[in-house]
Design a protein around this ligand. Structure first.
Ligand SMILES: [Ca+2]
Ligand SMILES: [Ca+2]
Ligand SMILES: [Ca+2]
Ligand SMILES: [Ca+2]
Length: 403
């Protein structure tokens, strides 16, 4: 459904930076052939041994361990030979896995700002594991990450990302999960200090005001289209890669619709449970994709992006409009907006008694037409209002939700 909405946005002249384009894949190799995590690899690229060369850290489903391939080549042409398992407190890190799936998806990050790399990683049982680097160069096992003093537990297949989501200097936790009943990407903002994280409550990451839902979602956060704003890319169980371009700001990301990332013009669709990383593998300035799936190999897709779409025709609009189609509705309806000028807009849906049902962050939109889909099927029947606030004008229109 939202794929269709996105197409409508493109057709109506919405100028997008465009999704990156990728070529055919090759497999990352080491001595002896293709690197193979067994099943459900989860690549992470970081200079784990601190020699200035990026390395491959590879989580694996098969036994819940984390492989480390040191790069003995260069940063623009990595070379791998053998691996070792990453240890904590002197034993191989071994995380729970099971039921033909797993979530040993390491994030190498200096989580406590002491200049030493740490590892934060999910597991089958839904917890967020924290292995802290120490001054002697080894990891020590810390308690699982908590929120309000309670161990975070998403049920199954926790998939953490550590990133400063709101650009306040504190690393936050983005957390994918298996379950899609309510939503599958949580956001825990850090209210602690750079040295001591503190998480309390979470919100859910949304697109078009709806919670993002992908079964066994494995999110990553990178600026994939190089516009200076972090984007969201989700691996998921049917093995596509779902790209949410950030149309808000870097400190307040906003998503509308999504696109599947493509290889040679065709949706990338591997075999169950994609887990991804983004790295400029050949150092040509364009972010490339590393992906693994059920088969455990690590696929490399080079970015073949050639440029930004040209600005759409400079039609002039004499006034802004908001139109709704699909009302009365059982839940889903679409909104067409005509903007007379480039605007920073906020979307709001509220009920007849003034209750705000949902509200977006600020979205930067170009002059012209835009189409969005909304779903209010979870709300009681009645009259609702969709409001668009551009700062200078406010447009609103009613929609009737049938019982
Ligand atoms: Ca290295
Ligand atoms: Ca650290
Ligand atoms: Ca933050
Ligand atoms: Ca971006």
């Amino acid at each position: 459904m939202r794929k269709v909405v996105l197409a409508a946005i493109l057709l109506s002249g919405f100028v997008m930076a465009g999704a990156p384009m990728f070529g055919p894949y090759s497999c990352i190799v080491a001595t002896g052939g293709r690197i193979d995590a067994g099943s459900y690899g989860a690549p992470c690229i970081a200079d784990w041994d601190g020699d200035g060369l990026k390395d491959l850290v590879l989580g694996k489903y098969t036994d819940g361990k984390i492989m480390f391939y040191a790069n003995s080549g260069s940063n623009s042409a990595p070379v791998f030979t053998t691996y070792s398992y990453i240890q904590s407190d002197g034993v191989d890190i071994t995380l729970p896995y099971g039921e033909t799936t797993g979530a040993t998806n390491p994030q190498v990050v200096d989580f406590n700002n002491d200049g030493i790399l740490d590892i934060v990683v999910g597991d089958r049982n839904g917890y967020v594991n924290y292995f802290r680097g120490t001054a002697t160069g080894v990891l020590t096992t810390e308690p699982d990450i908590t929120a309000n003093g309670v161990t975070i537990d998403v049920g199954y297949n926790s998939a953490p990302v550590i990133v400063d989501w709101n650009e306040d200097g504190l690393l936050d936790l983005i957390l994918g999960q298996e379950n899609i009943t309510i939503g599958s990407v949580r956001l825990y903002l850090n209210s602690g200090t750079p040295e001591n994280h503190a998480f309390t409550t979470y919100s859910r990451i949304k697109s078009d005001l709806l919670n993002i839902k992908w079964f066994r979602c494995t999110p990553q956060v990178f600026d994939l289209n190089l516009d200076g704003k972090k984007d969201l890319i989700c691996g998921e169980n049917t093995a596509k890669l779902v790209y949410y371009e950030n149309i808000g700001t870097n400190a307040s990301p906003v998503f509308s619709g999504y696109e599947y990332l493509e290889s040679n013009g065709v949706d990338i669709e591997l075999y169950y449970g994609t887990r991804l990383w983004v790295d400029d593998w050949d150092e040509d300035g364009l972010p490339d994709l590393l992906v693994s799936d059920f088969y455990g190999l690590v696929y490399l897709y080079y970015n073949t992006y050639t440029g930004i779409e040209e600005e759409a025709g400079s039609e002039l609009y004499s006034s802004s409009e908001l139109n709704i189609s699909g009302s009365p509705t059982n839940g889903y309806f679409s909104v067409n907006i005509l903007l007379e000028a480039d605007s920073d807009v906020k979307f709001r849906i509220y009920s007849a008694d003034g209750r705000i049902v949902s509200e977006s962050g600020t979205v930067q939109l170009n002059a012209g037409e835009h189409d969005y889909g909304f779903d209010i099927s979870g709300e009681p029947s009645g009259i609702y209002f969709v409001q668009i606030d551009t700062g200078s004008i406010t447009l609103s229109e009613s929609v009737v939700l049938l019982p």
